[in-house]
Design a binder for this molecule. Structure first.
Ligand SMILES: Cc1cc2nc3c(=O)[nH]c(=O)nc-3n(C[C@H](O)[C@H](O)[C@H](O)COP(=O)(O)OP(=O)(O)OC[C@H]3O[C@@H](n4cnc5c(N)ncnc54)[C@H](O)[C@@H]3O)c2cc1C
Length: 215
């Protein structure tokens, strides 16, 4: 990791937002470095693959896009050459409504225009990554503190400090407010606003069951 060196633009968080921002900046001729707390990039995007065939089996994180209604997403899908296919939505679903009752068949309303990304949602992450120069991303690097030092911003890590001219925080606002130390401290009003911004799907988790044959 570049130590005490001057970075043009630092990005905190290498999920979809951070990687997309880094791509736009690189295309605009800017130098960018990403710092990611986890050991891998992608954030909430978590596709998983058959270990034998490497075929995509499902997504534990985001699965659907609605290109018909999301022009910005449509543009990115085209730019990243990601193909989509329609979500199969015919017939009843298997639904468990209570822990005391066995799962049963139920007709759920289909969401019009739901599309899935061929190869899994992680395809977007792979494409964004492949367009960034080597040594752009540092994983296992949680930013602990952001310090405004006048003409520079200091990013404090456990054992290092990095200086950047500009900063993008691509972390869910609540997590940024809660886990990063700020110098000077954020105003009470800003902290309250960050806490009040909902994180999409934060209370949800997914389990994916793969059946041996269709039924
Ligand atoms: C179960 C589930 C299902 C979903 N389904 C859909 C769907 O079908 N369609 C849809 O459009 N959206 C869906 N979403 C929402 C979608 O996943 C998110 O909107 C999107 O992935 C957000 O990307 P992001 O880069 O903004 O944030 P994140 O993916 O949260 O990335 C933020 C990154 O910042 C890192 N980070 C945090 N703190 C620090 C720090 N201090 N220093 C360095 N790095 C840090 C994190 O490790 C993470 O990698 C779903 C979400 C979940 C959880």
């Amino acid at each position: 990791m570049p130590s005490n060196s001057d970075i043009d633009i630092a990005v905190i968080g290498a999920g979809l937002s951070g990687l997309a921002a880094a791509n736009l900046l690189k295309d605009a001729g800017r130098q960018v470095q990403l710092y990611e707390a986890a050991s891998k990039v992608g954030g909430r995007i978590q596709s998983f693959f058959d270990p034998l065939t490497d075929q995509p089996l499902g997504d534990r994180g985001p699965t659907w896009v609605w290109p018909e209604y999301q022009p910005a997403i449509s543009k990115w899908l085209k730019h990243l050459k990601a193909d989509v296919f329609e979500q199969y939505a015919q017939g009843p679903s298997v639904v468990e409504t209570s822990l005391d009752q066995p799962a049963g068949a139920m007709h759920l309303p289909a969401q019009h225009g739901s599309m899935r990304i061929a190869g899994g949602t992680a395809r977007l992450i792979d494409e964004l990554l492949s367009r960034l120069p080597a040594n752009t991303i540092y994983t296992d690097r949680p930013v602990q503190k952001i310090e405004d030092a006048g003409n520079q911003i200091l990013l404090h890590f456990e054992d290092d400090i990095v200086r950047a001219h500009q900063l993008i925080i691509a972390v869910p606002p609540r997590i940024a407010a809660h886990t990063i130390e700020w110098q000077p401290s954020l105003t009470a009003q800003l902290t309250q606003s960050l806490h009040a911004l909902a994180t999409s799907m934060a209370p949800h988790t997914k389990a994916v069951i793969v059946y041996a044959r269709a039924f």
